[in-house]
Design a protein around this ligand. Structure first.
Ligand code: PLP
Length: 496
């Protein structure tokens, strides 16, 4: 015991206030400089698997360590292994960047450390969420009947949408009887396009619908779900004993940002009495731009919807908005109140734990509130509009260049393209066991990313390897995309 005592810190309790202030100010300075100098850093770290881990001690420290030492390890060990999502040249995937007001709100949220499971466990946490979610509803011009809630990610939001859809299946109570043989379980079928995000299938896995319960509907040559194929599939499935219950339409698919014809899909859902969930995780925020409002045509008829401010609205990860027209269905699916969580206000307030699987909830609304107030709706709209303008510029450069071809329409700021040198006629020639066209584009992507100056990602479209450039970072300007374009052309030249 005596030994144990000698390893205790000098005093118990939290970091002393003076020390907190000193390092707090230093850390804010550190972050400010990080953003000032971010362009000097490679966007993709030059590390191999395990490089970071081997520099870190295997065992936790027995004795307290100085904050200076911790920060110096951030500089020397962590930063070299960070992929800089905030870098203006991060144009891979769907880039999500944080912003000053978002970061400061996260700091405050950690300081409050509220748990918004019940109204009582922090009235401001619940009520600010109610208000900001409704602000976003207005910004996206959604009907007043859309009730919203904040979850962490779009995957979780869509899972809740599918859970609500399953709860609506009248002939069987999944909540009560589960999937363990409590009765004759309907063979549920969910429909989504071939281009829907993998999170839809994951939701189906989790909810016992299974991958076989998800029927992929073919897309047209613009990668949009073909409504007639959806209708046919539903009719065919009903005949063969399936129980159709939900359709997922995507506004801004992950590979190409195609927009499913929501209006026509909504007609089918109405006729067939199916739940319509819309996944607008990435591109949905642009519905706040006047000339982009069309992307939400028909969405007002959806039963549920997901839009992620953490993807393209400068809110730090994570914050996903889930809207539903019948919140009572969600509550019916998930509400379970043990004695120790009952409060005197239960009949007069919304306890957000009732609307989902999680009990504890972070104070995420704070960062949404800070971001909306700091930039204003106009400021956010103008930034999104600029990203679309830059994305369209890039699409135009691809279209005009004889050595490149565009592989999909670009309704937002994501461009799918491929090198297709006019001087070679050898797409099908085999290089290192791979058709030349595939080899060339894979090499092109690899060489670009190896420079550390730009980060692009890829997808496959109609079986072909395709590069993807996406503009949604708050620090990305036209000059960055111009530099990216020059680098892409230079790298192709070198490869040829
Ligand atoms: N839906 C779409 C259309 C997406 O593009 C993505 C991710 O890029 C997701 C869902 C999943 O998002 P999250 O990481 O928030 O779960």
């Amino acid at each position: 015991m005596g030994d144990e005592k000698s390893t205790m810190p000098n005093s118990l309790g939290d970091m002393p206030t003076e020390e907190f202030k000193k390092y707090g100010y230093e850390l804010i300075d550190w972050i400010a400089e990080y953003f000032t100098d971010i362009e000097k850093l490679p966007v993709l770290p030059k590390v191999k698997p395990g490089d970071i881990k081997t520099k870190l001690p295997k065992n936790p420290p027995e004795l307290p360590e100085g904050f200076d030492k911790i920060i110096s390890d951030v500089d020397n060990i962590i930063v070299p292994g960070v992929t800089h999502w905030n870098h203006p040249n991060f144009m891979a995937y769907f880039n999500s960047t944080s912003s000053g007001p978002g970061i400061l709100a996260e700091l405050l949220s950690a300081a409050f450390n509220t748990n918004g499971m019940l109204w009582k466990t922090s009235p401001s946490t619940t009520e600010l969420e109610r208000v900001t979610v409704d602000w976003m509803r207005q910004m996206l011009a959604l009907p007043e009947s859309f009730w919203g809630i904040i979850y962490d990610t779009a995957s979780i939001s869509s899972m809740h949408g599918i859970a609500a859809a399953r709860e609506q299946v009248g002939e069987y109570s999944f909540r009560q009887m589960g999937l363990s043989g409590g009765g004759k379980i309907p063979k549920l079928r969910l429909y989504a396009s071939e281009h829907a995000h993998s999170s839809i299938e994951k939701g189906a896995i989790l909810l016992g619908i299974g991958i076989d319960g998800v029927r992929k509907i073919p897309v047209d040559n613009e990668f949009k779900m073909i409504p007639e194929k959806l209708s046919d599939a539903i009719i065919e499935d009903r005949k063969s004993g399936w129980r159709p219950f939900c359709v997922v339409a995507t506004v801004g698919t992950t590979s190409t940002t195609s927009i499913d014809p929501v209006e026509e899909i909504a007609d089918i859902c109405e006729k067939e009495k199916l739940w319509l969930h819309v996944d607008a995780a990435h591109s949905g925020v642009t519905a706040m731009i006047s000339e982009m409002k069309y992307i939400f045509n028909g969405v007002e008829r959806a039963d549920s919807l997901v839009v992620n401010p953490h993807k393209w609205m400068f809110v730090p990860v994570d914050l996903s908005l889930f809207y539903i027209r019948k919140p009572d269905v969600l509550k019916k699916a998930f509400s379970l109140v043990p004695e120790y969580l009952k409060t005197a206000e239960d009949n007069s307030v919304e306890n957000l734990m009732d609307y989902g699987i999680q009990l504890g909830r972070r104070f995420r609304a704070l960062k949404l509130w800070f971001v909306i107030r700091y930039f204003g709706v106009n400021g956010i709209t103008e930034r999104l509009r600029e990203h679309i303008r830059i994305g369209q510029l890039f699409a135009g450069w691809i279209d005009e260049h004889q050595n490149f071809e565009r592989m999909a329409p670009a309704p937002f700021s994501t461009v799918c393209f491929r090198a297709h040198p006019a001087s070679t006629n050898s797409e099908s020639m085999i290089v290192q066991g791979t058709p030349y066209g595939e080899w060339l584009n894979e090499q092109l992507l690899q060489k670009i990313n190896e420079t550390g100056k730009l980060f692009l990602s890829h997808t496959k479209i109609n079986g072909k390897f395709v590069l993807r450039l996406s503009v949604s970072g708050i620090r990305t300007e036209e000059r960055h995309v111009k530099d990216a374009w020059n680098l892409i052309q230079r790298t192709l030249k070198e490869l040829l």
